[in-house]
Structures are given as C-alpha cells and as structure tokens.
Design a protein. Structure first.
Length: 423
C-alpha cells in the first residue's frame, strides 16, 4: 500500500518516464503525489509493474559504479487498451496533471493518442472535474503547442472544443536523461546491488544527470512541487529547447554518423576519438554564438555533456542515434545554420555544421546497410540530394562547397584510421 495521492496520470509509461517523471515526482517535497500509469498499447509493462506493487528499481549508472533506489511514485498501472480506466482517471477531480511520453508518432495524424485524450477530457467535462494541465515530455520543439493542436484537431464537438480551450493548459517542457535499454545482465545483477528491489523484473538503468525545464502556465492548477526536486520553471522554454537540440542532440547526431564512419559503436568510444571530439567542439562553438542564453550557462552545459558522453558504462549506441536523420538534422543543425546566416550572411557554413551534414551524406553512401531512415535520399545521393531533403533553400554554391570539403576531410580521416595512422 502507498500513502501517495493519485493526482498525475501518465500515458506511455516506459523506461524514460520511470527514470525521469517518476524520479522527480518521488523527490518532490510536500504532498506525496502518485502517478497512475497507462502503457502505449502493449499491456506487458502494466502487468509487470502491477505484479510487484508498481515499485521498481532505478539503477543510476555512473562512471565509477552503480547505485540503486526503489521508486514507488507509480501507484497504479493499466494497459493502454483499458479506455474505460483512462476515462475514469481523467474524469477524477483528484487528477490535475496528465503527462505523456508517446514519441513523435503519437502527435501525428492517424495516431490514436489525441483521440484517447479527447475522450478522457470529454469524460472530465461531463463529470465537472475542472481545470487540468496536459504536459508533453516528448522530444519535440514547443511540445505543449504541438500537443494542444493535436488535441483540438481531434475534437469534433464544438462545445467540447470550447471547454478544452477554456479549461485545459498545455505547458511546454524540455526533458533530458539518457536511459539505455535494460539488459538481462542488468536484471541479473540486481541481487548484488544494495538498495535494489528483490526479484525486480522491470528495473530501469539511467545516467546520473537529469534535467527538466517546464513552462509555468499552471495558473493555480494543483501539481507536485517538482521545483523542489530541481525542475526549472520558466516563462519560455524555447532557449532551453534550442540548447538541448543544438548542443546535446546535434552532437549526438554528429558522433553517430562520424563515429560509425570511423569504426566506433558507442558515444563514449566516439567521444574519445580526437577527430570526433574536435568536430563536436566546433559544432558547439557555432551553436553557442546563436543561443540566447548566458555564456556561463552554455559553458556549464558543454562541460556536463563532455562528462555524460565520456561515461563508458552508459552504452549509448551510435546506430540507435543514427536513425531518422532526415527528421532530426533540420532542427539539430540546419536551424543553427539558418540563424548564423541570418545574423551574418557573410559568415558562411561553420566547420561543425559542414561536418555533420557531410557525415550524414557519407553515412548513406558509404555504409547504406546501417541506414534506418525512410526519408533519407539513399545510397546513390549527392550533396544536392542531401540538401534537398534537409534544407532546400541552402542548396547554394558556398554551402555545397563547404559540405563537399568536409566530406573530403572525413574520407581522409577514415583512410588514416583504417591504416592505423593517428589523426
């Protein structure tokens, strides 16, 4: 049994939500809030959590060893197919927060997520349960507005639409915590780890770092005191979204494509390569100029990323990061480049941006078997094809020349690497 109050409903419970949302909720002071969790579709996680009282082990994997903590912030777990339970949860006056981790696909046309939310909100309206906040924790720019549009687009009843617009708020948020897949070895090793839940079937492994920046538009809606656990409440999440996209996500993409070309498998291995590390620093230098944040904060973020990427015990594979570059590069590097050229048209393409675009191009043409990206131009592409996918407006002579030169440098570094010659 738990003494937590049931006030947060979460849709899409998986490893990240349990390492991030549940961790922050557990560490918030004041009222002890509980999370009623719903899976995306499969009932497996709900069944596994329910079988062990919704408690599980969070393993924090630092470079110097593991620590374990039992998380009990989840108070109930249901399969996503249980639409009646979901409607009841949203209709409850005790529920004031709904959070989501449903990936980018969950917000697109054809997804059943918005329809499930609309049905739940309709039940809440009919119950007279009052105001509520829907909080996206997915890696989307302006995710609150994206969620609001998805919900309203799925609402066909005019009265319900008016009620949603008057009663529901959609804060944007930026979340960050690397959470690799839990392995059989991780589960087997729990017995030797102090603080772990005995016979845990569904532990979560995560890094020491965690961050959550949340738009403060709750306006009196009751919520956990997440700020007491380290959540930053701000008026505008945009600069922090840009910082994550341009520093963390941009360098992840660069390490993925360049690292794979140079024979590496993980982020830590690629970050230890001087060629990759130098390219990352160049990319960060270019992004730092365009970020609307204090220089000290940017420097601290870069230093934290170096430590995080170098952690050899967090096995973050480059092949996993390398997927869907056609969707990722426009916001991770092209956006920075457009800011740069808009500020100073004579600035040209920086070496960091040129290297990332060139590495993505070579990833397709020289190792097509590793490509997992339906939107990519393919193995026979040239630099114009690549720019045509991610930035048609930048298919200009200076940009083409910069990307082509960067590709030549990568080929040369790859040749030296294959011959065992230091960079």
């Amino acid at each position: 049994m738990t003494d937590r109050r049931s006030g947060v409903v979460h849709l899409g419970v998986g490893a990240f939500a349990r390492a991030h949302l549940a961790w922050y909720t557990q560490h918030a002071t004041g009222d002890r809030w509980g999370i009623t969790a719903f899976t995306g579709r499969s009932p497996d996680m709900a069944d596994a959590l329910t079988a062990q009282g919704c408690r599980y082990t969070l393993v924090t994997r630092a470079a110097d060893g593991d620590t374990a903590q039992v998380i009990d912030a989840v108070v109930a777990a249901h399969p996503g197919s249980d639409v009646d339970a979901f409607a009841r949860a949203l209709a409850s006056p005790h529920t004031t927060i709904v959070t989501l981790t449903v990936t980018e696909q969950g917000y697109r046309s054809g997804s059943d997520v918005p329809a499930r939310l609309v049905a739940g909100l309709d039940a809440r309206r009919r119950a007279g349960a009052g105001r509520i906040a829907l909080v996206s924790l997915d890696n989307l720019t302006h995710n609150g507005e994206v969620l609001r549009r998805a919900v309203l687009d799925a609402t066909t009843d005019d009265d319900l639409r008016a009620w949603i617009e008057a009663t529901v708020v959609f804060p944007s948020s930026m979340v960050d915590r690397i959470t690799p897949a839990t392995t059989a070895d991780d589960v087997a090793g729990l017995g030797e780890l102090p603080g772990a839940l005995p016979q845990d079937r569904v532990p979560v492994v995560t890094e020491p770092f965690a961050e959550w920046v949340l738009q403060d538009v709750f306006d009196g809606i009751d919520r956990p005191a997440w700020e007491t656990a380290g959540v930053r409440l701000v008026d505008d999440v945009t600069p922090y979204e840009q910082r994550k996209l341009w520093l963390l996500n941009g360098s992840h993409s660069l390490l993925a494509y360049l690292g794979l070309l140079l024979g590496h498998e993980t982020v830590a291995q690629a970050m230890a390569d001087d060629v990759c590390r130098s390219a990352v620093e160049q990319l960060w230098d270019e992004a730092a100029v365009e970020l609307p944040l204090p220089a000290t904060e940017i420097a601290e973020a870069r230093a934290a990323l170096v430590d995080r990427f170098a952690n050899p015990r967090i096995r973050h594979t480059l092949a996993q990061i390398a997927s869907s570059g056609s969707q990722k590069l426009p916001v991770r590097v092209v956006d920075v480049l457009r800011h740069r050229l808009g500020r100073d048209p004579a600035a040209g393409v920086g070496p960091g941006a040129a290297t990332l675009i060139a590495a993505w191009w070579l990833h397709q043409t020289e190792q097509p078997g590793l490509v997992n990206d339906p939107g990519a131009p393919g193995a026979g592409s040239d630099v114009h094809d690549v720019l045509g996918v991610i930035a048609p407006d930048l298919d200009t002579t200076p940009v083409v020349a910069a990307v082509t030169a960067a590709a030549d440098r990568i080929r040369a570094a790859r040749a030296r690497s294959s011959e065992g010659v230091p960079a």
